[in-house]
Write a protein that binds this ligand. Structure first.
Ligand code: AMP
Length: 439
């Protein structure tokens, strides 16, 4: 989809993938074996995707090279349920249906209902799709997007890919760019697997087993060796074997196409005959359907930053009531990003109050302890404590730990919380537990 050239000064063409998903379909048979043929199963992938956007713009929203997290979840088309459906059945959703989008813009209101009701009323096509819509809502809210800036918009009949039965986009309301799609969740049916089957000649199927194997009548091609031998010489045996494994179509064409070692042979009808046999059948083969939640990582990160950043207020001048003289300029408040601790890249800033008298050694020990417990820290001994807090607030670090002179004696530290700026003393032996409790 995105053509480029490989290597400097080269004219060799290369093509970049527009989504991460296709490799999963190509590996379908390996993956199916890994899951021992049991349905449903899912595969996730994170990686780069490329699109030849005519005008990349709007910060992280329209890039030519971006990151996707995609899942392909495979189902038997006769059973689009999900084992843990009940966990999310009562999740509240805001749904902008395709019917609502036909109304005048001011009338286009989303409906609020639980995922279970949306599925029961046929608004979302099936249980499995409903589950992944609700899971997406839960994920985005946990990552730090408030519920009031999120909605799910159903694709209209024109917009929906021709193969998809139902598609919902998670959208977030940007203060700068209005509603922006951040995740697409589509029931892609069997479109991708069938397309890969067609081009590769490989069967990408799954068996729906009968309770008991059945005896069934089937038609089979029987190679007529006397015809094949003179025509195809040393290839005759291989062609005969390949033909006997082929399915017999309802109407047999004049020539059958057989591929041997990458070469395609046309085999005339009179080289085969059809015989009806009784065979033992274990089940029916089918092409699985797939539900694809496709997450745009860069857009989600943009949304998290926009929704959680507090920007500096204006400078406020304080004027003395008595003298009318300017007293002080307050602010501006520094930037603060209120990321939930689960997505904050750094969990704790660690500061020695002074860079001497053993405070630094002690603070480094505290830092090492937190890191050993898997808590990502940032050690900072430069400048006034207020500035160090501000630096951490600005990148969304939820906690700061300060080591002072009392710490040396009492073996405790001050923990300051970003959002409340509340401070409390915590014994260093309890510090790791305290962070784990809070997360
Ligand atoms: P799509 O396959 O077009 O539904 O894209 C899947 C997801 O990738 C979208 O929900 C977006 O979050 C993201 N995405 C698509 N195009 C871009 C782009 N040009 N820049 C950044 N993210 C994108």
């Amino acid at each position: 989809m995105f053509k480029t050239t490989v290597g400097p000064g080269s004219s060799r063409a290369g093509y970049l993938r527009p989504e991460t998903a296709q490799g999963i379909f190509m590996d379908f048979n390996w993956i199916s074996r890994y899951f021992r043929g049991r349905m449903p199963f899912g595969v996730v992938q994170i990686g780069k995707a490329y699109r030849n956007e005519i005008s990349p713009r709007q910060a992280l929203l329209r890039l030519r090279e971006f990151h996707q997290m995609e899942a392909e979840v495979f189902f038997d088309p006769q059973n689009k349920t999900w084992p843990r459906y009940d966990r999310l059945r009562d999740k509240n959703l805001k749904l902008l249906t395709r019917e609502a989008q036909l109304l005048a813009p001011t009338e286009q209101n989303p409906i609020r209902m639980t995922m279970g009701d949306a599925v029961a009323n046929g608004i979302i096509a099936n249980e499995a799709l409903g589950y992944f819509v609700a899971l997406t809502a839960e994920f985005l809210e946990t990552a730090g997007l408030p519920e009031n800036v999120l909605r799910f918009r159903q694709h209209g009949l024109q917009e929906k890919a021709h193969y998809a039965t139902d598609t919902w986009d998670a959208e977030f309301l940007s203060t700068r760019f209005d509603w922006v799609e951040i995740v697409g969740i589509a029931d892609r049916t069997d479109f991708d697997l069938r397309a890969h089957e067609r081009v590769s000649g490989q069967k990408l199927r799954q068996m729906r087993f009968f309770k008991e194997p059945q005896a069934v009548e089937v038609d089979r091609f029987i190679p007529v060796r006397a015809q094949l031998g003179p025509r195809f010489k040393d290839k005759a045996a291989a062609i005969g074997d390949a033909i006997s494994k082929m399915d017999v179509p309802d109407s047999i064409p004049r020539d059958l196409e057989v591929e041997i070692d990458g070469r395609v042979f046309s085999v005339p009808k009179d080289c085969v005959r059809v015989e009806r046999r009784m065979e033992r059948k274990e089940g029916d083969w089918y092409v699985p359907h797939v539900i694809e939640p496709s997450f745009g990582v860069d857009r989600i990160i943009y949304a998290l930053l926009e929704c959680n950043a507090e920007f500096p207020g204006p400078e406020i001048e304080m004027v003395s009531m008595a003298s009318g003289q300017k007293m002080q300029v307050v602010g501006p408040e520094p930037v603060k990003i209120r990321l939930p601790q689960s997505v904050a890249p750094i969990k704790a800033g660690v500061f020695p109050l002074m860079n001497r008298d053993g405070l630094d050694m002690f603070a480094k020990e505290v830092d090492a302890r937190l890191r050993a417990a898997g808590i990502t820290t940032y050690y900072d001994d430069a400048g006034a404590i207020g500035r160090r807090y501000a630096r951490m607030d600005e990148i969304g670090t939820p906690w700061c730990v300060t080591v002072d002179y009392d710490s040396l004696e009492k073996k405790d530290v001050t923990v300051r919380e970003r959002d409340t700026t509340k401070q409390e003393r915590v014994a260093i032996d309890r510090l790791v537990d305290r962070f784990h409790d809070k997360s």
